[in-house]
Write a protein that binds this ligand. Structure first.
Ligand code: NAD
Length: 433
C-alpha cells in the first residue's frame, strides 16, 4: 500500500533523465546530503508554487486567427517576488519553463538577490510573425499573465528571442491594464522607459567575470586563450566581445545559421557587423583563409581553452562531453549540460562554471534596474559594471569556498549555497495556515 505521507509525483510533466526538469531534479538530489536539517524542506524545490498556462489568440495580418500556447511559472517565492525571463521559441513547453523557473530560484539565491524564481514563454517561432503580429501576441500574452505578474509579485525580463522592444510592449500593456505607469513590472526595458545602462550586455559580462576568476584559479592566461562559443545572441556575443577585449581568440562560433572556425581567431568587429547585417554567424567570410564553416557536430571537437555554451538546454550530452577539449566550460545558457555529461567533464578534469552562477549577471543588473525604477534615481554605466563585477566575483568566491570545503563540484556548491538560503527562508516563514 502506498504511504499517504509520501509526496505524489507531479502529474503534469513526465521528465526524463536529460530533459530540463529531469536535469534540474537530479541537480537537487545531489545537494540533499549538504542541506543538514533543511533537507526536510527539499520537496519545496521539486514542485513549482504556481504554473499558469494561457491561450494567446491573435488576429494575423491576413485576417486569420492564430492561437499560441503561453506559460508563466512561479517556481518559488520564499525570498521575494518572482523573477525570470520570457522565451519565444517553437520548442517551449511547460516542462522547459518549469526548469528555467527553478534555475532562476537557485540563481537569485546564489547571488543573494531578494527574489524568487519564475519564467515564461510562448510556443511560437517569432521569425514567422510580422512586427505588428509580434506586438499583438506580446500584448495578449501580457494581459493573460497579468493576473500573476507585477512589480512586487513577479517581474519578467528578456530571454531567447525577446528583447527591449518586447519588454516595452509588456510594460505598456500592464500599465494600461492597471492604470499606472508601472516601469518596475519588467526589466531589460529601453533606457528611456526606466531601463538600466549596462543591462543588455550584463549576462555576457557576468559570464566574463566568472570566467576571468575561474581562469585565474586555473592559471589560464586570457591573453591568447582560444574560445569557442555556441549561441551568438545576446549572451554569447557579449561574452565573446569581452573575452576578445581581454586578448582572447574567438576560434569557433555556432548559431542557428551555421558554424564557423578560424584557428587564429575572428576579427570581432567584422563578425559583429556580419551578425548584425545577416542575423547570424553563418556565411561569415572572415579575412583569413583558415576561416572555414565546420559542420554542426564538429563544433564539439574544436581545440580550445574555454567553451561557452550560450544557446539552449541539453547541448552538452554525455557523448559530446567525452570529446570536448576545453579546460574550462562557462555556462552562459541555462541548463546546457545534462547530468551524465557533468560527471564525465568532472572525471576528465574539465572545470564547469554552472549556469546558476555563470549567467547570473543578467538578473543582477535586472535587480539594479528594478531598484533604480523604484527610487527613480539612475546610476552611471561604470557604477553598474563595477557593482556587477563585485557581486559576481564575491558570489563565486563564496561558492568556490563551499566546493573546496565539501570537495564537490561548483554546480553542487552553488545549489548548496542557494538552497540553504531558500529553505531557511521557507522554514522561517513557516507553512500557511
Ligand atoms: P538570443 O535569442 O539573443 O540568442 C540565442 C542564440 O542561440 C542565437 O544566436 C541562436 O542562433 C542560437 N541558437 C538557437 N538554437 C540553436 C541551435 N540549435 N544551435 C546553435 N545555436 C542556436 O538569446 P540569449 O538571451 O542570448 O539566450 C541564450 C541563452 O542564455 C539561453 O539559454 C538563455 O536562457 C540564457 N540566458 C539569457 C539571459 C539574458 O539576459 N538574455 C540571462 C541568463 C541566461
Amino acid at each position: 500500500m502506498s504511504n499517504p505521507h509520501q509526496p505524489s509525483p507531479l502529474s503534469y510533466v513526465q521528465p526524463t533523465a536529460n530533459s530540463p526538469w529531469g536535469t534540474y531534479l537530479s541537480q537537487v538530489d545531489r545537494v540533499v546530503p549538504y542541506l543538514g536539517h533543511l533537507a526536510r524542506w527539499v520537496e519545496t524545490l521539486k514542485r513549482p508554487k504556481r504554473a499558469l498556462i494561457v491561450d494567446v489568440p491573435i488576429e494575423l495580418d491576413n485576417g486569420d486567427v492564430a492561437h499560441f500556447e503561453g506559460y508563466r511559472v512561479q517556481h518559488n517565492l520564499s525570498r521575494g517576488p518572482g523573477k525570470g525571463g520570457v522565451r519565444f521559441h517553437p520548442d517551449v513547453t511547460l516542462e522547459e519553463v518549469m526548469a528555467l523557473s527553478a534555475w532562476m530560484t537557485v540563481k537569485c539565491a546564489a547571488v543573494n538577490l531578494p527574489y524568487g524564481g519564475a519564467k515564461g514563454g510562448i510556443r511560437v517561432d517569432p521569425k514567422q510573425l510580422s512586427h505588428k503580429e509580434l506586438e499583438r501576441m506580446t500584448r495578449r500574452y501580457t494581459s493573460e499573465i497579468g493576473i500573476i505578474i507585477g512589480p512586487q509579485r513577479d517581474i519578467p525580463a528578456p530571454d531567447v528571442n525577446t528583447n527591449g522592444q518586447i519588454m516595452a510592449w509588456m510594460m505598456d500593456t500592464y500599465s494600461m491594464n492597471t492604470g499606472t505607469t508601472a516601469t518596475g513590472v519588467v526589466t531589460g526595458k529601453p533606457i528611456h522607459l526606466g531601463g538600466s545602462l549596462g543591462r543588455i550586455k550584463a549576462t555576457g559580462r557576468g559570464v566574463f567575470v566568472t570566467g576571468r576568476e575561474a581562469a585565474r584559479r586555473l592559471g589560464l592566461d586570457l591573453n591568447g586563450a582560444r574560445i569557442a562559443v555556441q549561441g551568438f545572441g545576446n549572451v554569447g556575443a557579449s561574452a565573446a566581445e569581452l573575452f576578445a577585449q581581454a586578448g582572447g581568440l574567438i576560434v569557433a562560433a555556432q548559431d542557428h545559421t551555421g558554424t564557423i572556425f578560424n584557428a587564429h581567431g575572428f576579427d570581432m568587429a567584422d563578425l559583429m557587423a556580419h551578425v548584425k547585417a545577416s542575423g547570424g554567424v553563418g556565411g561569415f567570410p572572415g579575412a583569413d583563409v583558415a576561416t572555414l564553416p565546420i559542420d554542426h557536430e564538429a563544433f564539439w571537437d574544436v581545440a580550445c581553452d574555454i567553451l561557452i555554451p550560450a544557446a539552449l538546454e541539453g547541448q552538452i550530452t554525455a557523448a559530446r562531453a567525452q570529446r570536448i577539449l576545453a579546460r574550462l566550460v562557462l555556462e552562459g545558457a541555462n541548463g546546457p549540460t545534462v547530468p551524465a555529461a557533468d560527471d564525465i567533464l568532472a572525471d576528465r578534469g574539465i572545470l564547469v562554471v554552472p549556469d546558476v552562477i555563470c549567467n547570473a549577471g543578467g538578473v543582477t543588473v535586472s535587480y539594479f534596474e528594478w531598484v533604480q525604477d523604484f527610487s527613480s534615481f539612475f546610476w552611471s554605466e561604470d557604477e553598474i559594471n563595477l557593482r556587477l563585477d563585485k557581486i559576481m566575483a564575491g558570489a563565486l568566491k563564496h561558492i568556490w569556498d563551499t566546493a573546496d570545503q565539501h570537495q564537490i563540484t561548483l554546480r553542487t556548491a552553488t545549489f548548496a549555497v542557494a538552497c540553504e538560503r531558500i529553505l531557511t527562508a521557507r522554514e522561517e516563514r513557516g507553512l500557511y495556515p
